[in-house]
Design a protein around this ligand. Structure first.
Ligand code: MIG
Length: 697
């Protein structure tokens, strides 16, 4: 059951696609309330001004959700703030990252879901100020509060997901391995990456192109000195089964003669200052304008520009800097210069020093800069800071809507850095600028279920870590988690140690671990598609699957990955195994490659499980199957017609395998399923069109 309460006059975010009747409305100014007023809202008590609502938390209550954020799977005990920010240090002291995902579920003595549909800043104090209280504070008037109730947490999530519409589905090749680095500058750099992978038979499907491919960081341009014949280069790479995935930044360079800039100015499609002039700030290309993606016409126009790259054979993109990140505005820079200048030659004591430092550090992503520009939305002119969290969403929506027009039959890959719920219909996200830290493997795992709850299924972290220097063992262990995430991309920052597998010695382990991803593709793709088409999650906390098991609720470093398996990666340096909790009897497969593994049935309870650096742990639930291919060096080269089954059959196991062409937009759950049945005695049966040949492993 969904109840919807409207407060004041909210900005329409278009996060929700389903029509939900309003249970109550409240307007502070008119002092008018319906359906019992503020007292009529279940679970919560409201503050007088109608902007803060809170409820008690009891011992054992867990809070799940909130998408992209730091800390655990259970988010109780910290304060999270929805305010999209370009912040690269994902420390546990942070309150916000790049996304604003305002959906959570309280599970314990009471069970209900909450979605705060609000474009403005929202604070979620989940037992931070008072361990026994949860409170939510919305910065400005105007928001919609949804309360969802159902039989289980998973049902609540499904109900929410139906309400916000089907999640984005990428082409199947986007489930292949991607090598990326900020620093590949030319066609030769990229060819070198591809050559090494092919020579060593380490699978690869795509290479990302970071900002250096552009001409002076101008969106929709390609530097012709470094890529003399780009369309030809794209074709050549496709012959090697490689997709190139260029980056697009939010800011459009101010430069005479650059058509995106000139057209945007002429049509009035950039964000404007209060006086009507185009807002200028500094990002990669120097001075830029922001496309006004909240104006439907401007959104259509900006999206249209992706055709320049589509026409040259590109089939995938990533959208960056769309919080939007601001390095500087000239007026704030002036304030900073003046203030710093005033200190010159003075006796700088401790207070002055800290002020000096704070001032110098205030230049980028300065909150007041977001109050200096406006959008022309369907609801009229609105200042950016009031709708800040919708920018990345609508930039990616611009691309997604354009792809539907420009490529009506074909799925195009797109993932974004910043997002809001609603964007999950148009693209995926990557988890932003993490670090080459062991703790960030765990953070990667812990973020997955919250993101799935909010509709983001196509997602993954920068494997090996973006910032700082990686090590061979860190990269291997991280890939051992990354082989399960829909986006599997090794990406790192300029200036850090290079982290392609061939920078290290153990090529065989890299080949085998990445090879396992290709072995698991039939399963992972099926589980992704089933989750997308049934508004379900692919990665679940153990507590969602074993609600009766109090012990499962406390597990913070294992996940259910699809219907058949549990994963438990090693995320500590030099550990040769780890503790694992099994809520029920399971069969452990210790995988070294697609054809080298051992297996063991483990009883329910706690175990210490060995896992050497080259070993991946997979736990199969009773009466479940995981179909596996022999792998391949690229997605389309993976033979899905002959599968072997990881299995734990006690009575009978039935698995529905999803198989389609992998790139049409038309997707049909019923039409594309093959049913695989394994009986207790080991007989295998398949039903459905083009059923693969299956046998037990
Ligand atoms: O300010 O394009 O998160 O993946 O490599 C840094 C350069 C801008 C941030 C992205 C990162 C990308 C980098 N970008």
């Amino acid at each position: 059951m969904i109840q919807k309460y409207r407060f004041g006059c909210p900005f329409e975010t278009e996060a929700v696609t389903e029509t939900v009747p309003c249970t109550g409305t409240y307007d502070r100014h008119e002092q008018e309330s319906a359906a019992g007023g503020l007292d009529g809202i279940p679970y919560f008590s409201m503050s007088e001004d109608g902007r803060e609502f809170s409820c008690p938390l009891e011992d054992g209550d867990a809070v799940y959700g909130l998408g992209e954020n730091v800390r655990g799977i259970n988010k109780r005990g910290w304060k999270y703030v929805s305010s999209c920010i370009d912040g690269s240090r994902h420390l546990e002291s942070r309150h916000s990252l790049y996304g604003a995902h305002n959906f959570f579920v309280v599970d314990g003595h009471r069970r209900f879901g909450v979605f705060v549909d609000a474009a403005q800043k929202v604070e979620f104090d989940l037992g931070y100020t008072d361990r026994r209280r949860l409170s939510v504070k919305v910065e400005e008037d105007g928001f919609v509060l949804y309360i969802l109730e159902n039989d289980s947490v998973r049902e609540i999530v499904r109900e929410f997901r139906r309400m916000i519409g089907r999640s984005y589905i990428p082409p199947r090749w986007a489930f292949g391995y991607c090598q990326s680095r900020w620093g590949y500058k030319s066609a030769e750099d990229i060819e070198e990456v591809v050559r090494r992978h092919r020579e060593d038979h380490v699978p690869l499907d795509s290479v990302c192109m970071d900002i250096d491919y552009m001409e002076r960081y101008k969106d929709f341009t390609v530097d012709s000195r470094r890529f003399p014949d780009f369309a030809e280069f794209v074709r050549k790479m496709r012959k090697e089964h490689i997709h190139l995935v260029p980056i697009i930044d939010a800011g459009v360079k101010v430069e005479e003669g650059y058509p995106v800039y000139e057209e945007g100015v002429e049509k009035g499609y950039f964000c404007k200052r209060e006086d009507g002039s185009d807002f200028v700030c500094g990002v990669w290309p120097g001075r830029v304008h922001f496309p006004d993606v909240l104006n439907p016409k401007a959104r259509e126009w900006f999206g249209g520009w992706y055709h320049v790259l589509l026409d040259q054979g590109i089939e995938g993109f990533w959208n960056d800097m769309n919080e939007p990140a601001i390095f500087y505005t000239e007026d704030h820079l002036e304030e900073v210069f003046d203030k710093l200048e005033a200190y010159r030659g003075t006796n700088i004591g401790i207070d002055e020093f800290f002020d000096w430092q704070k001032t110098a550090e205030s230049v980028d992503n300065y909150p007041d800069d977001y109050k200096k520009f406006y959008h022309q939305s369907p609801a009229g002119r609105i200042r950016h800071d009031k709708v800040h969290n919708l920018f990345g969403y609508n930039m990616t929506r611009a691309a997604g809507e354009a792809f539907e027009r420009l490529e009506p039959d074909k799925r195009i890959l797109i993932y974004s850095r910043s997002s809001y719920i609603g964007m999950h219909r148009y693209g995926g996200i990557w988890m932003g600028d993490n670090h080459s830290w062991w703790s960030h493997i765990l953070l990667n795992l812990q973020m997955l279920p919250g993101l799935n709850m909010c509709g983001f299924l196509y997602t993954g972290a920068d494997l090996g870590g973006f910032g700082e220097d990686t090590t061979e063992d860190l990269l291997i262990r991280w890939l051992e988690l990354g082989i399960f995430t829909p986006l599997m991309r090794n990406h790192s920052a300029m200036g850090t140690r290079r982290q392609e597998y061939y920078q290290f010695g153990d090529t065989e382990t890299f080949r085998n671990v990445i090879g396992l991803r290709y072995g698991l593709l039939p399963y992972l793709y099926s589980e992704f598609m089933k989750a997308a088409l049934a508004d379900d999650m692919m990665f679940l906390p153990l507590a969602f699957v074993y609600p009766e098991d109090p012990e499962a609720a406390g597990v913070e470093d294992q996940l259910m990955a699809g219907e058949s398996m549990m994963i438990a990666p090693v995320y500590r340096q030099n550990a040769s195994g780890r503790y694992v909790y099994l809520p029920e009897e399971m069969k452990l497969y210790r995988l070294r490659s697609v054809d080298d593994m051992d297996e063991e049935v483990l009883h329910a309870g706690h175990h210490y499980v060995k896992a050497e650096l080259n070993e991946v742990l997979v736990f199969i639930r009773p009466d479940h199957l995981v179909p596996m291919s022999r792998g391949g060096e690229w997605e389309a080269g993976t033979d899905s017609s002959r599968l072997r089954l990881l299995h734990f059959v006690k009575d009978q196991a039935v698995y529905d395998l999803y198989n389609d062409d992998g790139y049409s937009r038309k997707v049909d759950l019923e039409q594309s399923l093959t049913r695989i049945t394994v009986e207790r005695d080991g007989t295998v049966r398949t039903e459905g069109a083009e059923a693969p040949e299956c046998r037990l492993i």
